[in-house]
Design a protein around this ligand. Structure first.
Ligand SMILES: *[C@@H]1O[C@H](CO)[C@@H](O)[C@H](O)[C@H]1NC(C)=O
Ligand SMILES: *[C@@H]1O[C@H](CO)[C@@H](O)[C@H](O)[C@H]1NC(C)=O
Ligand SMILES: *[C@@H]1O[C@H](CO)[C@@H](O)[C@H](O)[C@H]1NC(C)=O
Ligand SMILES: *[C@@H]1O[C@H](CO)[C@@H](O)[C@H](O)[C@H]1NC(C)=O
Ligand SMILES: *[C@@H]1O[C@H](CO)[C@@H](O)[C@H](O)[C@H]1NC(C)=O
Length: 322
């Protein structure tokens, strides 16, 4: 019987690894009308709403921001990819995927690191749309009382001809372009995005620019994640789950300890995982390596279980024969 317990423990432990390395971990969410500056929250040292599951929901619009401590530990965690998603009416309406390898808290959000996007003219463009802003700090102009963060913009031609993809009109703004931006000064921070397949001539689609939320999720380096140790520094992610700082060299994993401490985390992860799978149907999920690993893992586990069952049966048979 002990062998069965061991196998189940092993199963759980492996499951934890699979989730840790494959799933997008939500680490930040900015909400239109949320409390406080998006720029200051992201770049500052604070965390927010880590124990508030509603603030972390992308499906139900809750006007609260969320920030995990993972953002503050950015350079330490072996982040491989970063996904920025725009949500409206509980649905993903646009995304940007970035190369996160070797990046820090702020410099990952750049054109040079962009790998994929829902906007055809931004990623792999043949039209070569010009870009005048692509940064988290964006355009902050205290003298004009305008603060635009997470700003991806193409051209400025005097407000009425501005073209862009993303613009968070942040708190402290008291001015905005009259026809398409100033109307949102009553619900700052306001997340404005192009509702088209390309950058938008903002004024032409002025009534459709506002989004509910912008989220930032990350994926960790898989080879690094397989050597996560319980003894290394925990980083709080939400009320009941922790991410662990990857260690430098492969080490023996203490299965008993890991299972003991991650039992709670596992149940939380299972729930959010199925939710994620339902909400994410974009191209960036089409990775065969993850599936292959899953099948391989299942095959190995099955053969281990088979072996133990075989030995248990053998022992049982011997006992009965005596
Ligand atoms: C907004 O955040 C500030 C601190 O940043 C806090 O003092 C205040 O109570 C918050 N307001 C609401 C409505 O949550
Ligand atoms: C693991 O992460 C470190 C930085 O955290 C990186 O330098 C290294 O290349 C990663 N390992 C692999 C195999 O990619
Ligand atoms: C991130 O790296 C850039 C250089 O690419 C540097 O200018 C910036 O200060 C760094 N930011 C942080 C928060 O370390
Ligand atoms: C991007 O451009 C490269 C080189 O022009 C091409 O090989 C690749 O297929 C393009 N990818 C997409 C998604 O269009
Ligand atoms: C916004 O205003 C608050 C209070 O008025 C101030 O503390 C904060 O530094 C301002 N933020 C920026 C980015 O200027």
């Amino acid at each position: 019987m002990l062998s069965f317990i061991f196998v189940f423990n092993l199963l759980h432990a492996l499951n934890v690894f699979a989730i840790d390395s494959d799933e997008w971990k939500l680490i930040f969410k900015a909400a239109t009308g949320g409390n406080g500056s998006v720029y200051e929250l992201f770049t500052g040292p604070d965390i927010l709403n880590v124990d508030n599951i509603h603030a972390q929901s992308l499906l139900q619009p809750v006007k609260e921001h969320f920030k995990s401590d993972i953002v503050n530990q950015w350079s330490e965690l072996g982040i491989s990819e970063v996904l920025v998603r725009i949500h409206n009416n509980g649905e993903e309406v646009a995304y940007f995927m970035f190369d996160g390898v070797g990046s820090n808290k702020t410099n990952w959000f750049s054109l040079a690191r962009l790998k994929q996007s829902s906007y055809a003219d931004l990623y792999n463009s043949s039209t070569n749309a010009p870009i005048n802003f692509f940064s988290i700090i964006g355009h902050q102009k205290p003298s004009r009382r305008v603060y635009r963060s997470f700003y991806i913009n193409s051209i400025w031609k005097g407000c009425s001809k501005d073209i862009g993809w993303l613009n968070i009109l942040d708190v402290n703004s008291t001015w905005g372009c009259r026809t398409w931006e100033a109307v949102h000064l009553t619900e700052l921070p306001a997340i404005l995005y192009s509702p088209l397949q390309t950058g938008a001539h903002y004024e032409e689609v002025a009534s459709a620019l506002l989004a509910e939320s912008m989220s930032v999720s990350v994926r960790f380096d898989r080879s690094n994640m397989t050597c996560v140790r319980m003894c290394s520094t925990p980083v709080q992610q939400d009320a009941s789950s922790y991410c662990y700082k990857p260690c430098d060299s492969p080490s023996v994993i203490d299965v008993e300890q890991k299972v003991e401490q991650l039992k709670e985390k596992l149940t939380v992860d299972r729930k959010s995982t199925s939710m994620y799978k339902r909400s994410l149907r974009s191209v960036y999920e089409n990775r065969t390596s993850a599936k292959t690993m899953g099948i391989m893992g299942a095959a190995i586990i099955a053969s281990v279980i088979g072996l133990f069952v075989f030995f248990d049966c053998l022992r049982w048979k011997q006992n009965n024969n005596q």
